[in-house]
Design a protein around this ligand. Structure first.
Ligand code: AMP
Length: 207
């Protein structure tokens, strides 16, 4: 079994692609963004700590996220990390407790990211994700799966998206080179439809 991480800017489609790849290859899907949003929603100590960083589009401190990931994956095999690592320090910390066999980089331009995040709507109840242009809900404004009202993620507001992208460029993009040097990087054009991107990633990872 293999451990894999998905890299890419906010809006690259990491969550959507990770869910499909994990289901197809029977991997444990761990999204640090989803875990953190859940902690915020439940009002836990970790949630309180993370909330301000998330609202501003900043990264939650490395040691906090590393401990959160370690607790969930140490000693496991067949893990698909989505949104982690996001800094070189996280990558180095991760290497202490989980070996990565491959790192998939979903390449998407800044213009495309801004367009996608502006149109993204999510269901706070079941977690389903929509795009008003490319994957609109069937019944205007409500979730196809559970009927709840859809909303914009607070950090998808235009000013926060701009900040998230800057942070990505500064802190996370260097990971592309880091994993390329280790011979682990698989680059996939993430600007295409989720079906096509997911099937490319699955083919590249299939043992
Ligand atoms: P995401 O859903 O992956 O876009 O993550 C949403 C927010 O959660 C980010 O903007 C960060 O504030 C926080 N977050 C998620 N993953 C990490 C990580 N690996 N390191 C630090 N902060 C993270």
């Amino acid at each position: 079994m293999r451990n894999v991480a998905l890299l890419g800017p906010p809006g690259a489609g990491k969550g959507t692609i990770a869910a499909r790849v994990a289901a197809e290859l029977h991997l444990l899907h761990l999204s640090t963004g989803d875990v953190l949003r859940d902690e915020v929603a439940r009002g836990t100590e970790l949630g309180h700590l993370a909330q301000g960083f998330m609202e501003r589009g900043e990264l939650v401190p490395d040691h906090v996220v590393l401990a959160m990931v370690r607790e969930r994956v140490e000693g496991r095999e067949g893990v698909l990390l989505d949104g982690f690592p996001r800094t070189l320090a996280q990558a180095e910390g991760l290497a202490q407790f989980l070996p990565l066999h491959a790192v998939v980089y979903l390449a998407v331009s800044k213009d495309e990211v801004v367009r996608r995040l502006g149109n993204r709507r999510v269901c706070a109840s079941c977690g389903a994700v929509y795009n008003l242009v490319t994957q609109p809900p069937k019944a205007g404004g409500r979730c196809d799966r559970c009927g709840e009202k859809l909303a914009q993620r607070p950090d998808d507001a235009a000013d926060v998206v701009a900040r998230r992208y800057e942070v990505y460029e500064r802190d996370s993009r260097p990971l592309v080179e880091h994993y390329a040097q280790q011979g682990k990087l698989i680059t996939v054009d993430g600007a295409r439809s989720p079906d096509v991107v997911a099937s490319d990633v699955i083919e590249a990872l299939r043992p």
